[in-house]
Design a protein around this ligand. Structure first.
Ligand code: DON
Length: 523
């Protein structure tokens, strides 16, 4: 089964499994297909993280996060003491992409098929085209002004408008790029003709990524971060993502309550907010690329530390945190969960960061480049596009990976059997959203469908508020939370999760995000 934000990409993964591929082969096929059918999140111009848990017990975490170019400097986005928008839009916002190297490396180590073969569905979708749906049309309409400032304008708005719903959309430049990668491997992208096209785009748009930056990019195998929650085992992402540490730190605190209050109660929402808040304060001040920053992972994820944190929670009052301003922006990332018949599992989250990344488009090569540089603390102490206030640990440095919130996670049940594959898009709400789906299933005994549909909330310490989905709190819970001193900030929808879970009756249940698009494809 494959659950992703694109029906065609989920089906690409299933096609590969039907041809005998394993979950890793299918995940890579899905990843390349998403580049074609879900361009807002790409993502050969971006980066990501993959948690692999094989049926034989091997587990691994692959970090193919973008890195800062060698010419990057700490204050490159600050002018006269003010933060500019150059970490968000245009070529200076682009980190050296990691996805092509990452997906090829995952396949080399854990796959069974060739890169050439698993890329065929993506190449076919780019070359022969696919039928445009309302979601793609709407998304392109929304981002038109910015995309049209760059070379992608002529590809995505052929007559000034995005391809009509129901029309067939072909991407011949992208098909050529994918074919080069399929035939020559990642070298085509990092040292070959595609590298030349990326560097030419940099020269044209004022970016700083060089051939040397591309040639020296390497994905990194890391030990998956392993934690436990009420007897379940979680394999999740260590730094350069903050996702795993922040989620485990939250769950460890919650585990100190023998039984969590009911889902709709103010007590429960209060506990979530307080535990998230404590975990995010550590996240935003202590975490960064482990090659540059000494991250106290063992301490932050220990049960003893969680008990200490949890003991500071007042059951009747919100704990105030120093306040900072915030400013949201359209965003884009995507997660896919894959399991095969043997029980091999892959959780992958991949991103361009903003919707269509920096909007910078590699002319002639057919793809967008990320704006991952905004995940650095472009000005330490000042909020980024997600309102995240981060410190020196995440300051810009050449060759450094910007701190991520992506949290691909594989969960085993108390008997050690594969139970759930889950992850999300949505910046910092990834961490809180994934945690809530897990909590809904384990503590609130919901089905996966209910766990996914249930209203979500979010607290990231700064700003000092609980964001919640409008209508998601009962009136009495909202009143009580305000009495406790919480600031409540209603919003549209929170987090884009794609998850699959073992069905008690046998087989797997997949649920794609009901607030977004996608398909759970299986056979
Ligand atoms: O790595 C991160 O945490 C962010 N670049 C993720 C951005 C995101 O999820 C936006 N998506 N909808």
């Amino acid at each position: 089964m494959v659950v992703s934000n694109s029906d065609l990409a989920s089906e690409a993964g299933v096609e590969i499994m039907k041809r005998g591929g394993n979950a890793v082969d299918a995940a890579v096929a899905t990843g390349f297909a998403l580049e074609v059918t879900y361009p807002a999140a790409g993502n050969i111009g971006g980066g990501g993280f993959m948690i692999i848990r094989m049926a034989d017990g091997r587990a691994a975490a692959l970090d193919y996060r973008e890195i800062a170019p060698l010419a990057a400097t700490r204050d490159m986005y600050v002018e006269n003491g003010k933060l500019t928008d150059r970490s968000l839009v245009g070529a200076l916002a682009v980190g050296v992409p990691g996805s092509v190297a990452g997906m090829a490396e995952a396949l080399r180590k854990y796959g069974t098929m060739s890169l050439h073969d698993v890329m065929q569905p993506a190449i076919r979708l780019a070359r022969d085209g696919f039928v445009v749906d309302s979601a793609l049309n709407r998304s392109l309409t929304y981002s038109a002004t910015r995309i049209k400032q760059f070379a992608g304008g002529k590809v995505f708005y052929p007559n000034g408008a995005p391809p009509a719903v129901g029309s067939v959309f072909r991407q011949p430049d992208l098909a050529r790029t994918l074919t080069l990668i399929a035939d020559q491997g990642p070298a085509a992208f990092y040292t070959g003709p595609i590298a030349d096209q990326i560097v030419a785009e940099m020269h044209h748009d004022g970016g700083i990524i060089t051939k040397e930056d591309l040639a020296r990019y390497r994905p990194i195998w890391r030990d998956a971060l392993v934690g436990t929650y009420r007897g379940y085992t979680l394999y999740t992402m260590p730094p350069s993502s903050s996702g795993g540490i922040t989620m485990l730190e939250t769950l460890n605190q919650l585990e100190t309550w023998p039984k969590l209050p009911d889902f709709n109660s103010a007590e429960y929402k209060h506990l979530l907010a307080e535990t998230f808040q404590r975990a995010f304060i550590d996240r935003n001040t202590k975490l960064g690329d482990p090659a540059f920053v000494n991250v106290p992972t063992a301490e932050l994820t220990s049960k003893a530390y969680a008990r200490k944190l949890a003991s500071t929670i007042d059951p009747a009052h919100a704990t105030p945190v120093p306040a900072f301003a915030t400013g949201p922006e359209p965003i884009h990332t995507t997660h896919y969960s894959v399991v095969d018949a043997h029980g091999n599992a892959v959780a992958t989250t991949t991103t361009l960061n903003g919707g269509y990344g920096s909007k910078t488009f590699v002319d002639g090569a057919g793809f967008f480049l990320n704006n991952e540089m905004d995940d650095f603390a472009a000005q330490p102490g000042k909020p980024n596009q997600f309102g995240l206030v981060q410190g020196e640990a995440d300051a810009v440095q050449p060759g450094k990976r910007p701190l991520s919130a992506m949290s691909p996670t594989v969960v085993l049940d108390p008997n050690g059997k594969l139970f759930m594959v889950v992850g999300a898009a949505g910046g910092p709400t990834i961490i809180t959203g994934v945690a809530q789906v897990i909590l809904n299933v384990i503590d609130q005994h919901m089905s996966l469908a209910d766990a996914m549909y249930a209203p979500r909330m979010h607290d990231q310490a700064w700003p000092d508020a609980i964001t919640f989905e409008r209508g998601g709190f009962t009136t009495s819970a909202a009143d009580s939370l305000q009495q406790m001193g919480h600031h409540l900030d209603p919003t549209g929808s929170l987090t884009d999760v794609n998850a699959l879970m073992r069905d008690a009756r046998g087989g797997w249940v997949g649920v794609y995000e009901p607030r977004a698009t996608g398909e759970a494809a299986g056979y």
